[in-house]
Design a protein around this ligand. Structure first.
Ligand code: ATP
Ligand code: TZE
Ligand code: MG
Length: 253
């Protein structure tokens, strides 16, 4: 059996009550997620965090991101529209994460397309225990760096999401193809994962809970929408309405 087969064979899905437990803690604690993210996805990301019960802060100034991150429950770093200033803000966020033990979610948008993005990803992956969320192309491009990264949790999204670290492996088979027809839906997924990491120390469980709820919300939104435009609106509504009863009904237990 290859190691790939072993990982897939051992991957489990969360139970509805495990997902609900994480969502309940997000709703009670209302963690703030400090998001250094791309200009395309900023608005959707902030609205999705609010729908999820978390608090978005989208500060980007190099001289204030550290202060903004110090009181946050988790940090999101997304390089989708990286520029000269946001490149300098990243080390400030990594320093806060290291000094204050904050969970960090890294989204290596388009890392396969530019040497600058590869370089930045290499720097970010030096932070121990980081969670990396990317699509299959991005995660494949980083495979060597991810193998070397200490304590990393790898989250590969797609038709089936795969979540793995040294102690756990989960798969999430929820979602809808319309989730690929609105830009920033993956970026917003990273923010929801960060919110869950703020309330759940097991990062693999946190990611699986966020993606299960998000995927089910995507299925519900697809039933209600008329196309990609209304899908985005319905997805925000479905995330906001997600509860234990919906999870149990949609997860088939
Ligand atoms: N074919 C599919 N069927 C069902 N769900 C999907 C499918 N493709 C992606 N998803 C879901 O869509 C969400 C975003 O994942 P995706 O891999 O498309 O992100 P992405 O490529 O980084 O998106 P973006 O960069 O536009 O934000 C995840 O929750 C994933 O489960
Ligand atoms: C389209 C696009 N370009 C840079 S970031 C982004 C959002 C999806 O990742
Ligand atoms: Mg992406």
């Amino acid at each position: 059996m290859t190691s790939d087969t072993t990982e897939i064979a051992l991957a489990r899905t969360l139970q509805p009550q495990e997902v609900a437990s994480v969502l309940t803690r997000v709703a009670e604690i209302r963690p703030r997620v400090q998001c250094l993210t791309n200009t395309v996805a900023q608005n959707l990301t902030a609205n999705m965090l609010l729908a999820f019960g978390a608090i978005p802060s989208m500060a980007i100034h190099v001289d204030e991101v550290a202060a903004m991150a110090e009181g946050a429950g988790a940090i999101l770093i997304n390089i989708g529209t990286i520029n000269a200033e946001s490149e300098l803000a990243i080390p400030k966020l990594l320093e806060v994460a290291r000094d204050h033990g904050k969970p960090v979610v890294f989204d290596p948008v388009f890392v396969e397309l530019s040497p600058l993005r590869r370089h930045i990803a290499g720097q970010v992956l030096r932070l121990p225990d980081i969670l990396v969320r990317g699509n299959t192309t991005e995660m494949a491009a980083l495979s060597v760096d991810l193998e070397a990264a200490k304590g990393v949790t790898r989250v590969t999204t797609g038709k089936v999401d795969r979540i793995e670290n040294e102690s756990a492996s989960f798969s999430v088979a929820h979602g809808h193809p319309l989730m690929t027809r609105v830009t920033g839906i993956g970026c917003a997924a990273g923010a929801l994962i960060a919110a869950c990491c703020a309330v759940e120390a097991n990062k693999a469980v946190a990611a699986a809970a966020a993606l299960t709820a998000y995927g089910i919300a995507g299925e519900i939104a697809a039933e209600r929408c008329r196309g990609p435009g209304s899908f985005e609106v319905e997805l925000i509504d479905a995330v906001a309405a997600m509860d234990a009863a919906t999870l149990a009904a949609r997860m088939g237990t």
